[in-house]
Design a protein around this ligand. Structure first.
Ligand code: FAD
Length: 517
């Protein structure tokens, strides 16, 4: 393995990271330093934060910067899922997959790459580990301790009362606490799966050798992103989803476009299909599949499970703290407060929208509500966008058409195809659309879906309008640089304004022009 020196010290197996190369060693030095000395608790903390993923880091850093006495407790790797086994490593390998797709499509723009494309999987993964290590100083124990003045404890946090937490024998007293312990991959109870062995997001980024045949169980965002990427990198991928569309929360037209894109990338797509059994044979894994037409089997080398997330609440002893919880996690009210008024929660452990940016926004709100008097921030007031980073990307904000209708709102949808956007034509990226949902007769935006190469960037303009209360019509007056993909939003505004041209206004305009000729 490149960069893996034989004299590298081994990484603590409990951290679940491999290989022990210079990048992973740098990562560990930052986010779980081997010789870290926990501080000795001395008096009551303003805020104790359990979990140092995005939700915990934002809260601890914010409170520390304002001068509060803060303890931050992490049992595994600071940075949590996002840095270590989520957003960062997935986006790094997606970049490599896109490079492959660009080369394969280059003949369409008149550039013929001759010969075979050589994909060096080990280098792709090494680059990912380097990117992750390069980002890790932002989330490091040293930075939070020295820069933000936070007491960083590496160990397991466990409540011992309504205002006390134990970390490996040290008792931390708090005025307020934030539970930010995140979530982990759910594992479906498929007979034989555990015995056959499988990967989740926790270990897939440890791979250094390419799986020749990969089965991805689950067609949500994580499953789709990784299925497409591994297929582009050369694995033979089958993706299996129980529902009859990918990304069940998304617009069906968006899911359809994604289906076509995955198939073009060579992914064997099995919608409406369940895995009913897994067996091992000759070192391979055999999956029995069931769909409405019957049963069949596929044989693979590696199985990736991506069927959803379960909250990390076991071991926290929430009962001792009087914090209610259920299967979806810690229960919070609209102010992110738990059933113990001193204890708040944020991030994947309690929120329905399990994203880094909602963990961030939730923690900012919880911090304000926990530490300061005055107006409280409400979860229900947040306008939450998200994006699945497949190619094309699928981004959404606000209500879908179906959700608006379920709420009894009469919806008008303005739709513009990417093929109407000059830049998309020039780039050869015309697959996609923008749909904006309005309350009929008004131009206030209820929600929007964008399918486009850079949909994740485009959605922010619409999110800004929703937060600022700007109607769609006002975009017609916003000058967009030509030619850009973002012009699709102005085109939607023009389309909306045309709908306001009533027969009476048309008649008046005709009269005006004949009078002024
Ligand atoms: C493959 C993948 C790709 C993703 N891509 C994106 C993306 O592109 N964009 C996006 O917005 N989101 C993405 N996400 C989701 C994102 O990673 C999560 O929403 C985000 O990390 C949640 O942050 P968190 O702080 O709530 O939880 P986490 O990041 O899970 O952090 C929780 C921390 O708490 C620690 N902990 C748990 N229990 C205890 C305890 N008892 N004591 C001490 N510490 C404890 C854990 O070790 C962990 O470090 C992705 C997720 C995955 C899996």
């Amino acid at each position: 393995m490149q960069n893996e020196r034989t004299d590298n010290p081994p990484i603590d197996p409990a951290l679940g990271l491999s290989p022990s190369d210079e990048h992973n060693l740098t990562l560990v030095d930052n986010v779980h330093p081997p010789n870290w000395q926990n501080p000795s608790p001395d008096g009551r903390y303003n805020l104790v934060v359990i979990g140092a993923g995005t939700a915990g880091l934002v809260a601890a850093g914010g409170a520390g910067a304002m001068g509060a006495r803060v303890a931050l407790v992490e049992r595994h790797l600071m940075g949590g899922d996002c840095l270590n086994v989520g957003c960062v490593p997935s986006k790094a390998i997606i970049r490599s997959g896109r490079a492959v797709a660009e080369i394969r499509a280059s003949a369409e723009v008149g550039v013929r790459a001759t010969g075979d494309i050589e994909i060096d999987f080990a280098s792709v993964m090494e680059r990912m580990r380097r990117v992750r290590a390069d980002i890790s100083p932002h989330d490091s124990a040293q930075r939070f301790s020295e820069h933000y003045g936070v007491d960083v404890y590496l160990g397991d946090g466990r409540f011992t009362g309504s205002d006390t937490l134990d970390v490996d024998g040290a008792s931390l007293r708090f005025s307020r606490a934030l539970i930010a312990t995140g979530a982990r991959a759910a594992v479906p109870p498929i007979p034989g799966l555990a015995d056959a062995g499988f990967l989740t997001n926790h270990d897939i980024f440890n791979l250094t050798e390419q799986p020749e045949r990969l089965a991805v169980i689950g067609g949500g965002p994580i499953g789709c992103e990784l299925a497409q990427t591994f297929a582009r990198l050369g694995s033979r991928v089958t993706i299996i989803e129980m529902a009859d569309q990918f990304l069940p929360r998304e617009d069906p037209d968006a899911a359809d476009l994604l289906l076509g894109a995955l198939e073009r990338d060579g992914v064997n797509v099995r919608l409406d299909t369940s895995v009913v059994r897994v067996e091992t044979a000759d070192g391979s894994k055999r999956l029995s599949l069931e769909d409405p037409t019957g049963t069949d089997r596929i044989t693979v080398d590696v199985i990736l499970v991506a069927v959803g997330r379960v909250p990390n609440i076991e071991g926290l002893n929430l009962e001792a703290a009087g914090v209610a919880h259920d299967r979806s996690g810690v229960r919070v009210n609209d102010f992110l407060q738990t059933t113990n008024r001193r204890i708040f929660a944020s991030g994947d452990v309690c929120l329905a929208h399990k994203f880094t940016h909602t963990a961030d926004a939730g923690s900012r709100a919880a911090l304000q509500n926990a530490l300061f008097p005055g107006p409280k921030k409400r979860l229900s007031k947040m306008v939450i966008p998200w994006c699945t980073y497949t190619d094309p990307e699928i981004a959404h904000v606000g209500l879908s058409e179906r959700e608006a209708e379920e709420q009894g709102i009469d919806v008008t949808t303005i739709e513009v195809s990417m093929s109407e956007v000059d830049r998309a034509l020039a780039e050869g990226q015309t697959a996609g659309f923008l749909k904006i949902h309005l309350e009929t007769g008004k131009d206030a935006i209820l929600g929007a879906t964008i399918v486009a190469r850079h949909a994740g960037d485009l959605i922010s303009e619409i999110t800004t309008a929703m937060v600022a209360g700007l109607g769609l019509g006002s975009f017609a007056g916003v000058i967009h640089p030509y030619p850009t993909h973002a012009e699709i939003i102005r085109k939607a505004a023009d389309a909306y304004n045309r709908t306001r041209l009533t027969p009476r206004t048309s008649r008046l305009l005709k009269r005006w022009f004949s009078w002024t000729r």
